[in-house]
Design a protein around this ligand. Structure first.
Ligand code: RBF
Length: 170
């Protein structure tokens, strides 16, 4: 692969060289319901690359929680109730005028890493932490009013879920 054919290397990872065995995987998605327009685009972006990597749609389950704070618990419950190879946790935190943003970011990030290490199941960090709505739209690839609608980070999360699930599967 040449440098020019790998545009994701700037804003995201180059996908893993092989997703062989992805059709065996069972993947979960837990998403928050705050900032729904952005969330929908991120969930769809994740589903798109899960499919491209070879995950079967019948092997994907999707659940929601109210906000990003609830994501670690939602992922933990999903992993305890279903036999899954990886879970993608999706949320969008937009900074407001109080300290909530900082506390929720910190706790949900730590919580998700803890769930992954405690359960030995890959948990993909699909939380945007942005300063403005504009930044959220760009990172979901839906800033259509601009020349460049941005990059949908959900695409990277779908590939990351498959790569990590295959690692854990071996
Ligand atoms: N949840 C999000 O997913 N994204 C946010 O940007 C967000 N901002 C919040 C701001 C405030 C002031 C509060 C009180 C909650 C916010 N939440 C947000 C919801 C939070 O993650 C959680 O669902 C609720 O606090 C209920 O536990």
């Amino acid at each position: 692969m040449t440098a020019t054919s790998a545009p994701h290397s700037i804003k995201g990872p180059v996908p893993a060289p092989s997703f062989e065995g992805a059709e065996r995987l069972r993947i979960g998605i837990v998403h928050a319901r705050w900032n729904k327009e952005v969330i929908d685009a991120l969930v769809n972006g994740t589903l798109e690359t899960l499919g491209k990597a070879g995950v079967l749609s019948e092997n994907i389950i999707i659940e929601s929680v109210p906000g990003s704070w609830e994501l670690p618990f939602g992922v933990q419950m999903m992993l305890s109730q279903h036999n899954l190879d990886a879970v993608v946790a999706i949320g969008t935190l937009i900074k407001g005028s109080t300290m909530h943003f900082e506390y929720i970011c910190e706790s949900s990030f730590h919580g998700l890493q803890r769930v992954a290490l405690d359960t030995r199941k890959p948990v993909i960090l699909g939380i945007l932490t942005v300063l403005t709505e504009e930044q959220a739209l760009q990172r979901a690839g839906i800033a259509h009013h601009l020349d460049d609608p941005g990059h949908n980070h959900g695409h990277d999360w779908g590939y990351a879920a498959v790569e990590m699930a295959l690692k854990a599967y071996k």
